[in-house]
Design a protein around this ligand. Structure first.
Ligand code: SF4
Length: 464
C-alpha cells in the first residue's frame, strides 16, 4: 500500500497546494500518516505527521513552507511501526548542505542484508522503514562515493531487491524511480510547466495535468529546469535475473487502486467490469439479483450484471465514515469496522437468490459476517462470486496480507471455505481469467495466488 507523489513547477511556482490535493486523492492507499518535503532551489523542508492528509495539512504548516519541487507520501504501515520516524518523506542533510528527500511505495525483500552493509560503512538509521534505506543508499553513493545521482540510483537498483516506486527531491530537481519489476504503479504527467508523478492518475487529474506515461520498469525520470529527461534502465533484464518481463501487482486492479485510475495501461474500472463479466459467463446457478460488497466490488458486480442480464442492486449500504476494513492494521479494529460499516436493505434480499460479489477473500472474517447478514435480511440463497483467485500466499512487496497461516485459502479447499463462510456456493475467477481481464502487457505478479514470486524471497515477512 502507500501512495507517493512528486511535483516540479518549471515556472518555479509553489506546488504545496497541488501536493496536498494529490495526496488527498490517494488517501485510500494509506490513512495512518503522511508528509511532504519541498525545495525552492536550495533547501529541502519537510513536514509530516500521524493522521489523514487534511488533519496533518489543514493549512500550510509554516508561512514559508513552500517550494517548486516536492515529494509527498500517504502511509499504510506494512513495516516499521507507525511513528513519525518511520513516516515519509525521509530527508538527508549533510554538512555540505546537500539535502535529499524521498518517498517510496513498496517493500524490499533484502532490507536487512543491505542495511547491515550500509551500517558497516557508518550509515545511521533513524527507523526501520524501507524508504529510509533507499534514500541513504543513494545519498551515501552520491555524497561519499562521489558518483552522479543517476549512477547512485543505478547502484541502488543493482543491490536492493523488491518493490519501490519512489520520488526523490534535490534542491532544484525531481526524480521518479521505479523498481525493475515495476511491481507498484507509478505514472507521470505534465501541463507543460507543472510536472506531476504519482502512484495513481487521479492525483494527476486534480492537478489538471495530462498523463504522459508510466515510469518504465527500472526507469529513472528526471524533471528539471531543462525539462523531462527519461533514463530507461540500460539492462533491466539483468537486474531481474534474466527475466525479460516485468511483474505488475495484479491486486492494484482487483482492490487497491481507485476505479478511475489508469494502472499498467488499463482503466481499473474497465478491468473490474471484465472480471465481473467473466464471473457471469461462468455462472451455473439461477440468480435473481447481483449485489456488490461496496465499494471496491461495485464495478465487478456491474460487469456481472451487464453480461448476465441479472438486475444489479446496492443491497449493502456502506457507512463511508468507517474506512476500509482491510486497511486497519489490527484485527480488533477490523472486526469493529465490519459491524459498523454495512447495513443490509431487506427489500433487495427478501426471498431472492443473491450473487454477492466481493473482490477477494483474505481471512474470510468479513465475508462470513456479510453472508450471515444477507441471509438474515431474507435472502433465499447466497452465492459468493469473487473477483480474484484463491489467496494462498503472503505478499512481500508492500501489501499487508497476513502470514500464510492466517489466509483462509491456505488452510482450506474451496468447499471448506464455502462451508465456513456459510454460503450456498462459492466461485473464484481463475488465474487465467484474471490475467485476461487485466489485459495491458499481461505481465503481472500473481504470487499471492500462485506462490510464484518474481524473484526468490529470502527474508521472512515478519522479520522487519
Ligand atoms: S504477491 Fe500479490 S499483492 Fe504482492 S505484489 Fe504480487 S500480486 Fe501484488
Amino acid at each position: 500500500m502507500c501512495g507517493v507523489i512528486g511535483l516540479f513547477h518549471a515556472g518555479e511556482e509553489d506546488v504545496f497546494p497541488d501536493a496536498v490535493n494529490g495526496l488527498f486523492q490517494m488517501q485510500h492507499r494509506g490513512q495512518d500518516a503522511c508528509g511532504i518535503a519541498l525545495a525552492d532551489g536550495r533547501i529541502v523542508r519537510h513536514h509530516k505527521g500521524i493522521g489523514h492528509v487534511r488533519e496533518v495539512f489543514p493549512s500550510r504548516p509554516l508561512p514559508d513552507f513552500s517550494g517548486f519541487v516536492a515529494t509527498g507520501h500517504v502511509r499504510y504501515p506494512t513495516q516499521g511501526d507507525n511513528r513519525v520516524r518511520n513516516t515519509q518523506p525521509h530527508v538527508v542533510s549533510t554538512l555540505r548542505g546537500t539535502n535529499l528527500a524521498l518517498s517510496s511505495n513498496g517493500d524490499l525483500t533484502n532490507y536487512h542484508t543491505v542495511r547491515a552493509r550500509l551500517e558497516e560503512k557508518g550509515v545511521d538509521f533513524l527507523g526501520t522503514n524501507d524508504a529510509e534505506l533507499i534514500l541513504k543508499f543513494i545519498a551515501w553513493e552520491h555524497l561519499e562515493g562521489g558518483c552522479s545521482l543517476l549512477e547512485a540510483i543505478r547502484r541502488m537498483q543493482r543491490e536492493v531487491r523488491g518493490a519501490y516506486s519512489a520520488t526523490l527531491v534535490t534542491g532544484d530537481a525531481l526524480y521518479a524511480i521505479r523498481d525493475p519489476w515495476a511491481l507498484r504503479p507509478l505514472c507521470f504527467g505534465t501541463s507543460g510547466v507543472l510536472h506531476v508523478v504519482a502512484s495513481e492518475t487521479p492525483a494527476l487529474d486534480i492537478a489538471r495535468v495530462d498523463l504522459v506515461d508510466e515510469v518504465g520498469a527500472g526507469e529513472v525520470v528526471h524533471f528539471g529546469r531543462e525539462g523531462i529527461t527519461r533514463h530507461p534502465h540500460p539492462d533491466v533484464a539483468s537486474v531481474r535475473h534474466g527475466s525479460p518481463v516485468p511483474a505488475h501487482c495484479i491486486f492494484e486492479h482487483v482492490y487497491f487502486s481507485r476505479p478511475d485510475s489508469i494502472a499498467f495501461g488499463e482503466r481499473v474500472y474497465d478491468v473490474r467490469r471484465r472480471i465481473g463479466a467473466w464471473l457471469a459467463r461462468h455462472e451455473d446457478e439461477a440468480i435473481d439479483v447481483v449485489v456488490p460488497v461496496p465499494d471496491s466490488s461495485n464495478a465487478i458486480a456491474l460487469g456481472y450484471a451487464h453480461e448476465s442480464g441479472v438486475p444489479f442492486e446496492f443491497g449493502l449500504i456502506r457507512n463511508h465514515y468507517v474506512g476500509r476494513t482491510f486497511i486497519h492494521p489490527d484485527q480488533a479494529r477490523r472486526d469493529d469496522g465490519v459491524k459498523q460499516k454495512f447495513n443490509p436493505l431487506r427489500s433487495v434480499f427478501k426471498g431472492r437468490r443473491v450473487a454477492l460479489v466481493d473482490d477477494s477473500i483474505v481471512r474470510g472474517t468479513t465475508l462470513r459476517k456479510l453472508t450471515r447478514m444477507v441471509r438474515a435480511a431474507g435472502a433465499a440463497e447466497v452465492h459468493l462470486r469473487i473477483g480474484s483467485p484463491v489467496t494462498r500466499h503472503s505478499c512481500f512487496y508492500g501489501v499487508d496480507t497476513p502470514d500464510a497461516e492466517a489466509l483462509i485459502g491456505s488452510r482450506m479447499d474451496e468447499a471448506g471455505i464455502c462451508a465456513h463462510l456459510t454460503a450456498d456456493s462459492l466461485r473464484y475467477i481463475s488465474v487465467e481469467g484474471l490475467r485476461e481481464a487485466a489485459a495491458g502487457d499481461g505481465h503481472f505478479c500473481m504470487a499471492c495466488f500462485t506462490g510464484e514470486y518474481p524473484e526468490p524471497v529470502r527474508e521472512q515477512k515478519a522479520s522487519k
